[in-house]
Design a protein around this ligand. Structure first.
Ligand code: SAH
Ligand code: SF4
Length: 355
């Protein structure tokens, strides 16, 4: 007889957890305790906790493990690197099927941010990006996204027990809006006050510009911050770096951003990786200011992290570029690339591990 496939306990929403307990003959009021053990304590061996009620302990013993209905997402660290200033720690985590993804923990003063992946590889093919150069592997499940945040929090607890993980950015490997449902389910769990409890306004979704996804975020009134990776001020400039611009062109993308801003009243963060001779001229800066006119926008300039599959070099004209945007009235800052010495660019740890 065929066994139903195993599921991850971390893939269950709270309502599904209640249903599963109920189906196993356990009262649904035990769901809160189970949720807390998994998402608040981040326990990797919940059955070993001695303060659980006997029905829950029995359910865990019967339901979790080899040959049983559920498993836990507990990715294994296969590689780890720290920046020389100790503020950035990057992990290559191996998933159950052998694929691996990158998770980064960044800390500055009391602010700690986790940067997690949403896919194995990426289908969008941005020419300067190590993940894009790898191609698409598969989507991550909600549990695999949640498990990365739990890992970052565990590391933080071990190194800075008095600090909290307060910020999350979806800027690791993959395109979050290409994996919309799993990402939203993961973020619901991660922002849940009885669990990891990162405030929704401290969670940033970074997208290459998946127009239907941006419109859906607005229609569903998702409470997260939106960052849009733009990189080009004309269709030609952008599509040379971001091939997916052929599918959702610059005009459509900017229209979607205007509509998002009007519907949600929220600021949009625009990411701009500065590449010498590609997108760093004063004319480009002026065109960008014109393009974004009327949008409540903050522009983040990112110095290019060189990758083996792209010949471009970092720009040296960043400050002039910044001044033009600021003079046009836009907040414009450089994204701090602390820990560039740990190959902090997305996908670069994995690319190095494969080489
Ligand atoms: N797919 C999403 C999120 C992951 S990439 C997106 O594209 O927005 C996160 C950010 O890192 C993006 O702004 C991307 O353009 C930038 N990035 C990727 N590779 C880079 C590199 N080699 N140097 C500098 N920035 C890079
Ligand atoms: Fe994918 Fe983002 Fe990299 Fe583009 S920059 S290939 S969308 S991960």
């Amino acid at each position: 007889m065929n066994q139903p496939p195993q599921r991850s306990l971390h893939d269950l929403s709270f309502a599904e957890m209640e249903r599963e307990l109920c189906a196993g003959g356990v009262s649904t009021h035990h769901a809160k305790a189970l949720w807390r053990v998994l998402h608040f304590h981040g326990e990797l061996n919940p059955a070993a906790r001695d303060n659980l009620s006997p029905p829950l302990q029995r359910w865990l013993a019967n339901s979790v493990g080899q040959g049983k209905g559920f498993f836990l997402d507990a990715p294994e660290v296969v590689q780890e690197s720290h920046s020389s200033d100790g503020l950035t720690r990057k992990f290559l985590l191996r998933l159950r099927d052998g694929h691996s993804v990158e998770t980064v923990l960044m800390g500055y003063d009391y602010r700690h941010t986790a940067c997690v992946s949403t896919q194995v590889g990426c289908a969008m093919g941005c020419v300067f990006c190590a993940t894009g150069q790898m191609g698409f592997g598969r989507h991550l499940r909600p549990g695999e996204i949640i498990a990365q945040v739990l890992h970052a929090r565990r590391v933080l607890l071990a190194t800075h027990p008095q600090h909290r993980l307060r910020n999350l950015v979806l800027m690791g490997m993959g395109e979050p809006l290409h994996n919309y449902d799993a990402v939203m389910q993961a973020l619901d769990a991660i922002s849940n006050v009885r669990g990891i409890n990162i405030g929704p306004s401290k969670i940033s979704i970074s997208t290459v510009g998946v127009v239907p996804g941006i419109l859906r975020l607005a229609a569903e009134a998702r409470p997260y911050r939106l960052a849009v990776s733009l990189h080009g001020s004309t269709e030609a400039e952008r599509s040379a770096l971001v091939p997916v611009s052929g599918k959702w062109n610059l005009a459509e993308l900017i229209a979607a951003c205007r509509s998002y801003g009007a519907t949600t009243g929220k600021r949009i963060f625009f990411e701009w990786t500065l590449i010498a001779g590609h997108n760093d001229s004063p004319d480009t800066a002026a065109r960008l200011a014109e393009l974004l006119r009327g949008i409540d926008a903050h522009i983040n300039l990112i110095p290019l992290n060189p990758t083996s599959g792209f010949g471009g070099t970092p720009s040296t004209a960043g400050h002039a570029f910044q001044r033009i945007l600021q003079a046009a009235g836009f907040p414009c800052t450089f994204r701090q690339r602390r820990g560039i010495d740990v190959a902090a660019g997305c996908g670069q740890l994995q690319a190095a591990a494969r080489a």
